[in-house]
Design a protein around this ligand. Structure first.
Ligand code: BGC
Length: 498
């Protein structure tokens, strides 16, 4: 009998679920497992598939830059480069009480934000989990749910003795709706397409601000939708509010995207809307769509193609599907399933649990990469607990290395997107800060370091001038600042109709 070691512990996942780890390692055990040598051979193959050389990255950056420029020139391009009607940076003088509603990929968040000026603010918030059914339910019902949660929030906060909400008062509302929307003015937005697994019918092609207004009226809410905002735009403004070196904002979460401040003089599309060319406007790039439909520039593996083709939106969001938290776990799972089919992994064990799409959460990849133990006890725990599978050390090392390849590729591709904006705007020499947010950026070990390493691979030493940092809360504080900026702008008569 080989020596068996035991141990136990527990860890709490981001989802709140507690993972109990009971370890028992005995490497040359009874079940026919892959040997260390074969796993190392397989790894070499995946290394070749998932590794991005600096040269390849530079080619991607060039193509990316062209896509950004095309989107700024003409409407309806693959990377749509959406004008947001957020004119320039906040001054820090924005003050007042605002409601922010944030319909993100996973949660609905309602906030009351008090801007106190000079970069100071207070925030009270409630979060509501969205179910998978709600994401596919009729669009108007989704907005009704937002209004219902807002009703509860307002009722709760008004009844408190020192509550900021006074009866009868109408508060400006910033609505963060983080899906691609074409905007003709700041309180309007036609949904181009759902992303991040949403599929609610009767919403694409419609003005979501008008739909939400209908629900606001139905629930008789004391608010006025002042601005429809993308999470990246909110993040850009909130990050600049506290750190004026911020020139770009990115979200690396369930979805991925970026926003930055553009000179109107450099966009024919914006100029044709009658905006004078002496002002700046934030652009919501919707870069997750880069290389969609044509698939000419990104190094998609067969696993990426399966993820794409089996998604509810095949051919769309090609860049996002290689990067965002919604897909990384699934890419890893597909590689594992291929090796199961080839008879390399888990011979003699029942693999039905791991064969179900999307059962590997991206949080598992984070946990695998950060497992501090020599025997990789965390990985034993994950496979045992969630998939009822026994693993050998060689297999666990392989899984960890695979997670690293997939996570690193995502970060390096993210660096390509950032580099395209930096290079387009000429920020390299003077350097800039990039406000970044989202579960991948905040929780995936080494994600930020890998982006920085990628930027140096693309730009050489000068790449060090571009530094990402954890962003301010864009969809709460950012949305409130934008609502305040809009109020001030309109009162000053600057483009009051947009
Ligand atoms: C959406 C963007 C959003 C990003 C991050 C993408 O799927 O299209 O609008 O900014 O996710 O939340």
């Amino acid at each position: 009998m080989p020596l068996s070691r035991r141990g136990s512990g527990s860890i709490t996942l981001a989802s709140g679920q507690t993972l109990a780890i009971h370890t028992r390692t005995h490497d040359e055990e009874d079940l026919p497992h892959a040997t260390k040598k074969t796993m190392a051979d397989h790894l070499r193959k995946y290394e070749a598939l998932f590794t991005l050389t600096p040269q390849r990255m530079r080619m991607i950056v060039e193509a990316f830059k062209e896509a950004l420029e095309l989107g700024l020139e003409k409407p309806s391009q693959v990377v749509p480069m959406i004008p947001t009607f957020v004119f320039g940076w906040p001054t820090g003088k924005e003050t007042g009480d605002f409601i922010a509603v944030d319909l993100g990929g996973t949660n609905l968040r309602v906030c009351l934000v008090t801007l106190q000026g000079d970069g100071k603010f207070e925030i009270t918030q409630s979060k509501y989990r969205l179910t998978e059914e709600q994401k596919q339910d009729d669009g108007q019902k989704l907005f009704d749910f937002c209004a219902e949660c807002l009703r509860t929030f307002i009722d709760t906060n008004s009844s408190e003795p020192d509550g900021v909400l006074t009866p009868g008062e109408i508060l400006p509302l910033g609505f963060t709706f983080s899906y691609p929307c074409t905007q003709e003015r700041i309180d309007h937005g036609v949904l181009i397409r759902w992303t991040k697994g949403f599929g609610s019918p009767n919403t694409e092609g419609r003005d979501v601000a008008a739909m939400f207004n209908e629900s606001i009226e139905k629930y008789q809410l004391p608010v006025k939708l002042t601005a429809l905002i993308n999470d990246t735009t909110g993040t850009l403004i909130a990050s600049h509010y506290v750190n004026p070196r911020t020139k770009i904002a990115c979200i690396f979460g369930t979805g991925c995207n970026a926003a930055y401040m553009e000179h109107v003089r450099d966009s024919d599309k914006i100029k044709s809307m009658g905006i004078t060319d002496d002002v700046d406007m934030a652009i919501n790039c919707e870069w997750g769509a880069f290389d969609s439909f044509v698939h000419e520039h990104l190094p998609r593996t067969k696993y990426d193609i399966i993820v794409d083709e089996s998604s509810n939106k095949p051919a769309e969001q090609s860049f996002e599907k290689l990067i965002s938290g919604r897909y990384l776990g699934e890419i890893l799972r597909l590689v594992i399933c291929e090796l199961v089919d080839e008879g390399v992994l888990f011979l003699g064990q029942n693999t039905y649990k791991i064969e179900k799409p999307y059962v590997i959460d991206t949080a598992f990849l984070s946990l695998m990469e950060s497992d501090p133990t020599d025997e990789l006890l965390m990985i034993i725990g994950i496979f045992n607990h969630f998939f009822a599978l026994e693993t050998t050390l060689a297999e666990r090392q392989f899984f960890r290395a695979l997670a690293k390849l997939i996570g690193r590729r995502a970060a390096r591709l993210s660096a390509c997107g950032i580099a395209a904006i930096v290079s387009k705007m000429g920020y390299l020499d003077e350097g800039c800060s990039v406000g970044a947010d989202g579960s991948l950026y905040n929780k995936y070990p080494g994600f930020a370091d890998r982006i920085h390493e990628g930027l140096q691979d693309i730009f050489g030493e000068k790449g060090r001038n571009i530094v990402t940092h954890h962003a301010e809360d864009g969809s709460g504080v950012g949305s409130a600042i934008i609502a305040a900026m809009t109020k001030i702008r309109k009162e000053a008569g600057l483009y009051p109709n947009v």
